[in-house]
Write a protein that binds this ligand. Structure first.
Ligand code: NAD
Length: 341
């Protein structure tokens, strides 16, 4: 079968992971970064043409099937829309973007261009997450009563000072966008859409360094009646501690835990036991900090399956939008509460 041709925009930390998986699942033909040395480095490694400007890439690379967007959060919408308008399918890193109207426009542009828009949410492939999703889809948990999401990670001062965009309102958007949008996505994926959010947040340990909160607490009410809480922080002392989701339902209680929702920590299910879960991939290790589970192999397998085999997109633009809407509801509340003090 003919290999799909990919172009990569943004050759930073996660862009390099994308390049590896593109190589395993297709062909990387072009790599673009405003820091041209990064594009050149990846270009040399994978025999891809380097570019400094996305517009040159989009004009020249007529053979490309998919453009993978790995630039800072605040540029996802602009870069995805340009690529869609130029006639390419798009795989966009999480978060889809950092405001609701931009998500809507991305979806519309994909429709107009008749191209596919994929959003990266690789935690959906974590074995315990997939197992719990199956339980819920088969109605083995019954009615979901409530959920608790804990996001206890460490992002120290060096993490932010070594990046020119992380911690900025315009390009990063907030802790819930950069660190925890995967986790928020799982609330939507497993529990449902959020009707109302109430929240408080503060910046305790990164003042004068980041333009938003480093910790927050959120109470949620879902449309299906379930209640939820999120307790999130990047102040877990010295290292990541936990990324966990506990669900209390009519026919069972289940906790997905570990540092990044990679372990099934607790289960008490009515006449049922989840057993024999596969090991799963290790986390993305960026040297000085640890990220989410490294499931980008599954993301690219899905892209190939959809574009060559009629498969179904693992996370589509509508679902990407839902995460952004939920985070937007939370940040609107935080803004209101901070204003009132
Ligand atoms: N799915 C995941 O687990 C995961 C993990 C890490 C990062 N991400 C997401 O991936 C994106 C990139 O994060 P990162 O950690 O790799 O950041 P990074 O800073 O290491 O890389 C971003 C790259 O984009 C380049 N860039 C900036 N503006 C550009 C432009 N106009 N044109 C072309 N290139 C441009 C920068 O020079 C840089 O090399 C972010 O949206 C982030 O949220 C996702």
């Amino acid at each position: 079968m003919k290999k799909l041709k990919f172009a990569l925009v943004g050759c930073g930390r996660i862009g390099q992971r994308h390049a590896e998986h593109i190589y395993n699942n297709g062909e990387l033909v072009a790599a673009c970064d405003i820091d041209y040395s990064k594009a050149k480095l990846l270009g040399e490694k994978y025999n891809a043409k380097p570019y400094k400007d996305i517009n040159d890439l989009l004009t020249e690379q007529k053979e490309v099937d998919v453009v993978s967007i790995c630039t800072p959060n605040g540029l996802h919408a602009e870069h995805s829309i340009r690529a869609l308008r130029s006639g390419y399918h798009v795989l966009c890193e999480k978060p889809m973007c950092i405001n609701v109207p931009d998500c809507g426009q991305m979806i519309q542009e994909a429709e107009k261009a008749n191209r596919r828009l994929f959003i990266v949410k690789q935690n959906r492939f974590n074995p315990p997450v997939a197992a719990v999703k199956k339980l819920i889809d088969e109605n083995k948990l019954g009615k979901i009563y409530s959920v608790q999401l804990n996001c206890f990670w460490n992002r120290n001062s060096e993490y932010f000072s070594s990046s020119d965009w992380k911690g900025t309102k315009s390009l990063d958007g907030g802790t819930l966008y950069t660190q925890f949008s995967h986790f928020v996505d799982l609330l939507f994926y497993l529990i449902g859409d959020v009707k109302k959010a109430y929240a408080f947040a503060d910046n305790f340990n990164h003042q004068n360094q980041i333009e938003f909160e480093d910790a927050g607490v959120v109470a949620l009410k879902f449309y299906n009646g379930a209640l939820g809480t999120i307790n999130f922080t990047v102040n877990s002392f010295a290292k990541n501690m936990e990324g966990s989701l506990t669900i209390f339902a009519e026919k069972g209680t289940v906790k997905i835990g570990g540092q990044y929702l990679n372990e099934l920590e607790y289960q008490s299910l009515d006449g049922f036991k989840i057993e024999g879960l596969p090991e799963g991939n290790p986390p993305n290790n960026y040297g000085k900090y640890i990220g989410s589970m490294s499931n980008h192999d599954k993301v690219y397998e899905n892209v190939v399956d959809v574009l060559t085999n009629g498969g179904v997109i693992a996370t589509n633009g509508f679902e990407g939008l839902k995460t952004v809407e939920i985070i937007d509801k939370i940040y609107t509340q935080i803004g209101n509460n901070n204003g009132k003090s």
